[in-house]
Each structure stands twice: as C-alpha cells, then as structure tokens.
Design a binder for this molecule. Structure first.
Ligand SMILES: Nc1ncnc2c1ncn2[C@@H]1O[C@H](COP(=O)(O)OP(=O)(O)O)[C@@H](O)[C@H]1O
Ligand SMILES: [Mg+2]
Length: 286
C-alpha cells in the first residue's frame, strides 16, 4: 500500500513516499509544497496553477538531478544545476525537453514561497542523531546558501557555502524577534518528524532540509535518513568556522558505532554460549 513505505533493499523512504507519509500524518506547523508524480497531465496542471516548479527524481541527492521551471513574461525558463538555462514557449516544449531526462520515478512540486539570500537559494539543514539510549538528540543546524545563479542550495553542486543560522536567519525574517521562535519551531518539528519515522523504520540519523518564509513559516524540502548507501552529511558541519558542532556529531556517531559493535559481540557470544549448552544437553540426552 502507498503509505510512506520503506524501500526494503536500500532501507530508505523515497521523496514521493515521504511526501505521502507526511501528508497523511501531518506535523503541526510544517508546510509541504504541493506535490505530484511526474506526468504530462501533472505538468500541465502545475503550470496552470504555479509560476514556479521543481522537478526532482525521488531517489537522488546532492541537488544534481533537479530542474526548476519558472514562468517569465509568457515564457518558461528551465534551469538545472549543471546546465545553462533553456527558454521555452509552451508546456508541450517543457515536456519534450524534460521527459527524456526523467525516466525514473520523479516528482513535480510547487516552488515553496521561501526567502532567499541575495537572490541565491537558501535552506536550513537540521541534523538529529540517536544517543546511547536510542533517544533522538538534536545535533544542530546550519544554513546552506547556493552559489550564484543556482536553483538549489546544495553546496557542492552549486559552489555554495554554509553559515551559522544566527548570522543569516535574523536578517531574512520580517522581524529579528522571530528568530528564537523559528529555532524552537524547527527543533520541535524535527523531533516530531523523527517520531513519525520511528513508526516506519529504526533510522540512526536524520537530516532535514527546510525553507523558511519571511514570517517564519517552515516549508519541507526533504528528509534525508541514513540508508544502505550512506547517511546525512556530517562534513557540511565541518565547513562551519566553529568546528565544535562537527566534533560533537562525529563523537556521537563513533560512540554509537562502538555500542552497536559491542551489542553485536554480546549477541554473538550469547548465541554461541546457547549453542554450547544445547549441544551439551543433547549430548546428555544420549
Ligand atoms: N519545492 C521547492 N521549493 C523551493 N526550493 C526547493 C524546492 N525543492 C527543492 N528546492 C531546492 O533544491 C534543493 C534540493 O532539493 P532536495 O529536495 O533537498 O533534493 P536533493 O535530494 O537533491 O538534495 C533544496 O535544498 C532547495 O534549495
Ligand atoms: Mg536535500
């Protein structure tokens, strides 16, 4: 059933399944961009309702495979992170250009009405990890600012940069006084998202990408979890001038891994011991 299910092989929830999960089980104060699966009908309908759209494959990362479509004076500009913008004059043309690129499962999404930084896309990356008692811990957050002319805030693909939230967010909000409330709201929402995910799978780490509106409204771009291919980046935090958060994140991860290894050894030891006892008892039966 389509209910935010886990991909059993990769052990992850793709962008479409995540959208389904969070639109069925809403998190208070969190806005989800209007989203549908990529199809010609969906493209026509979204182009009628919105002047700006994102196209995103459901299982990629790093901002690489994303395109933004923007309506400007009766034309459409299609822009991807690594290509020059293309000017098109009809929705049919957009379909003909983009559909060959999106042959795997893909979503189409309204551009969230969020703030940018000097014309560059901006998002907030929050990271949560588990502590030694399996509880979710708020590890920290940072702001990513995409490079010039970029349509994504992922720093590697766009040659962007990361900044501490307190140096950016108070300036993009309508009033600086909103900043502490926004921080608190991000934390509350992030914990709520982790609790929702707990119902699907036992993830170790969760990295959440938020956009923020001028009034402090929060829009979800993406939820990243650890899976068979990797996990949410720690290295982003190493790019902050103050490396303390990064050191804490790495230390928490290492101690968690040590614990997992210790538990594994304990289990192995106990099952070996149980094997010996059952061998002994079956021998005794003879
Ligand atoms: N609906 C949207 N509205 C505005 N910006 C978006 C939207 N979706 C994605 N973006 C921008 O593109 C970036 C990458 O999108 P995301 O869904 O996180 O994909 P990826 O898995 O490639 O990181 C976001 O961090 C944000 O800057
Ligand atoms: Mg992302």
């Amino acid at each position: 059933m389509e209910n935010g299910h886990l991909d059993e092989q990769r052990k992850f929830i793709d962008k479409w399944q995540m959208h389904i999960l969070l639109s069925r089980h809403t998190v208070p104060d969190l806005h989800l961009p209007y989203t549908a699966l990529w199809s010609k009908e969906a493209l026509h309908s979204f182009c009628e309702h919105y002047r700006c759209l994102y196209i995103k494959p459901t299982d990629t990362w790093g901002g690489q495979a994303i395109a933004r479509i923007q309506q400007v004076q009766g034309h459409w500009i299609v822009k991807s992170p690594s290509d020059e913008p293309i000017l098109l004059s009809s929705v049919e043309e957009i379909w003909n250009v983009l559909n060959p690129r999106y042959q795997t499962k893909t979503i189409i999404q309204q551009c969230a009405p969020v703030a940018s930084w000097m014309g560059r896309p901006l998002d907030i990356r929050a990271l949560l990890q588990r502590d030694e008692s399996d509880r979710w811990i708020w590890s920290g957050m940072l702001v990513r600012i995409g490079g010039e002319n970029s349509v994504v805030s992922n720093v590697q693909v766009s040659f962007g940069n990361v900044q501490p939230p307190n140096q950016i967010l108070p300036h993009i909000l309508k009033s600086r006084a909103l900043y502490p409330q926004v921080v608190e709201k991000i934390q509350t929402i992030s914990y709520a998202l982790c609790s929702k995910l707990d119902e699907i799978h036992f993830f170790e780490e969760v990295g959440i990408d938020y956009g923020v509106g001028r009034h402090g409204d929060l829009w979800l771009f993406e939820v990243n979890t650890n899976d068979a291919l990797g996990g949410p980046s720690h290295e982003l935090f190493a790019q902050l001038q103050d490396r303390r958060l990064y050191d804490e994140i790495e230390a928490r991860w290492r101690s968690r891994q040590m614990n997992v290894a210790r538990e594994l050894w304990k289990d192995l030891f106990h099952s070996a011991e149980a094997d010996n006892t059952s061998d002994a008892s079956s021998l005794g039966d003879l």
